[in-house]
Write a protein that binds this ligand. Structure first.
Ligand SMILES: N[C@@H](CCC(=O)N[C@@H](CS)C(=O)NCC(=O)O)C(=O)O
Length: 311
């Protein structure tokens, strides 16, 4: 069986979400370091243009977005379950709220001037400007809105108060008793704030939430060993994409056609290829790459648009 390969960098909150899910499942994986900003030629040789962090590779199959990476890890090892079936819709809905409401507020708080000064302390002025320009580009063309700091500050208290209230009445150590995807979909936002003493109090002032995030981080990262980007590309080139999932799939007019798939929120670079599969949770696009060969790139069904090539 092909190894799990995570393309990521240490300071990325969504990468931390993926690393913690690997730890929760007790999985072994290979770790490929990617740059925190564009260009990322080795990553996009695999994805075809998708640039966000992290990306999971399994042989010649490439999984974009942690919402889908979580489901791929569940397939790899069913227990402990991230998505107990009787809670799937509730957990997925909660995660979408964390992505669209909580994470943007955490970003606004983390990049407020006093906090950014600490984070960028080791950057030269040129590196700082390059990073800011990269992030401005990341947010152009999508429907995600940056949250003003004043708004984020006021709303953060409401988010944490809710969390504190729920956790103080929880029937177990985690949001829904046992740990599920819901915990991982939120905890990385708090991990992000805990990264510097400027923003850590925004978590630590809430004792139940702080203890809970400590328990989620306690799952660790599983067992990883380094792999170079060149080796990862060679693994894709030498591999054959996995058989398409069994079970019901939509036979929409675009299946079998040349398409472009792109996130709708931010990081909206389109990936071009042939739409092979459109299932309940994923879209699969096949593309040929001069370096990576034939690869199947998988995207979540929600939050991505599919259009005919060149439309
Ligand atoms: N919906 C995506 C969000 C990923 C995301 O926003 N990642 C950030 C890093 S935490 C990113 O891609 N930043 C720009 C970059 O790394 O180039 C997911 O769940 O994977």
């Amino acid at each position: 069986m092909s190894e799990l390969i995570l393309h990521h960098y240490p300071t990325s909150p969504y990468a931390e979400k993926a690393r913690l899910m690997l730890g929760f499942k007790g999985l072994s994986w290979r770790s490929v370091s990617i740059p925190p900003m564009m260009p990322k030629p080795d990553l996009t040789a695999l994805t075809g243009g998708y640039r966000k962090t992290p990306v999971l590779q399994v042989g010649a199959d490439i999984y974009c977005d942690t919402a889908l990476i979580a489901r791929r890890l569940e397939q790899e090892k069913t227990q402990p379950a991230l998505f107990p079936q009787h809670l799937d819709a509730v957990i997925s809905g909660f995660a979408a709220w964390a992505d669209t409401q909580v994470f943007p507020r955490a970003v606004s708080l983390v990049f407020q001037p006093e906090s950014a000064a600490v984070r960028f302390a080791r950057f030269t002025e040129e590196q700082r400007q390059a990073f800011l320009a990269d992030r401005a580009k990341l947010f152009s063309g999508g429907n995600a809105q940056r949250v003003p700091l004043e708004q984020a500050s006021v709303e953060w208290g409401a988010i944490m108060a809710r969390l504190e209230r729920q956790l103080s009445h929880a029937e177990g150590d985690f949001l829904l008793g046992e740990a599920t995807y819901a915990d991982f979909a939120l905890a990385h936002c708090l991990w992000f704030l805990k990264g510097t003493p400027v923003t850590a109090p925004l978590v630590d002032l809430y004792p139940e939430a702080a203890a809970w995030v400590g328990r989620v981080l306690g799952f660790g990262h599983g067992a990883s060993s380094e792999l170079s980007a060149a080796e990862a590309i060679e693994i894709a080139r030498a591999g054959t994409p996995a058989a398409l999932p069994e079970g019901p799939a939509d036979q929409g007019p675009l299946v079998g056609q040349a398409v472009e798939v792109a996130a709708t929120d931010y990081g909206v670079e389109a990936v071009a290829g042939t739409l092979l599969y459109c299932g309940a949770e994923e879209l699969i696009v096949q593309r040929q790459d001069p370096r990576a060969g034939t690869v199947n790139v998988h995207f979540p069904r929600l939050g991505f648009r599919v259009s005919p090539a060149g439309a």
